[in-house]
Design a protein around this ligand. Structure first.
Ligand code: AMP
Ligand code: ZN
Length: 145
């Protein structure tokens, strides 16, 4: 994945404003920040999304997300945080290397909650949707036996 810009950042092939790094993950400031301290946390290994990430690295990625959140809390002193992943082009993912956004939030910063990024309520009742999802869980369990 030679051309991936986040792989290049992870390998120190291009400059970035790194704020934390360990064996499997790195965190750096977003080049086009939505708020002071807007940071990204990525696994060093190239994967597009969470589903493709090894379980051990999933937990490490979130441990590092917590660590960076603490770092930002003590340095930038925001009132709150929005933490989120754009997963897939339709969700706004432009760089196909998994990245967790940590966006410091401030009183009256004009932003909304993560739920406000979409308004597409389902036509079916949630009980039917819940049933559909639980059935797919049973199918997946049978297939993985
Ligand atoms: P996404 O739409 O979720 O793929 O967002 C990609 C994010 O990466 C955007 O917020 C960009 O501003 C940020 N970004 C792109 N290139 C760089 C870079 N070289 N260093 C830091 N952040 C970057
Ligand atoms: Zn990559």
């Amino acid at each position: 994945m030679e051309e991936c810009i986040f792989c290049k950042i992870a390998q120190d092939k291009i400059d970035s404003e790194k704020i934390y790094e360990n064996e499997n993950t790195v965190s750096f400031l977003d080049i086009n920040p939505r708020a002071p301290g807007h940071s990204l946390v990525i696994p060093k290994k190239h994967v597009k999304n969470l589903i493709n990430l090894d379980d051990e690295i999933v937990s490490e990625l979130f441990k590092v997300t917590k660590k960076v959140e603490k770092l930002l809390k003590s340095s930038i002193e925001p009132d709150a945080f929005t933490i989120g992943i754009n997963e897939g082009e339709e969700a706004g993912q432009e760089i196909s290397h998994l990245h967790v956004n940590i966006i410091p939030r401030f009183k009256r910063d004009g932003g909304g909650p993560v739920q406000s990024v979409v308004k597409n309520p389902p036509k079916k009742e949630i009980s039917k949707i819940g049933k559909m999802i639980r059935e797919s869980l049973k199918i997946n369990k049978t297939h993985s036996k």
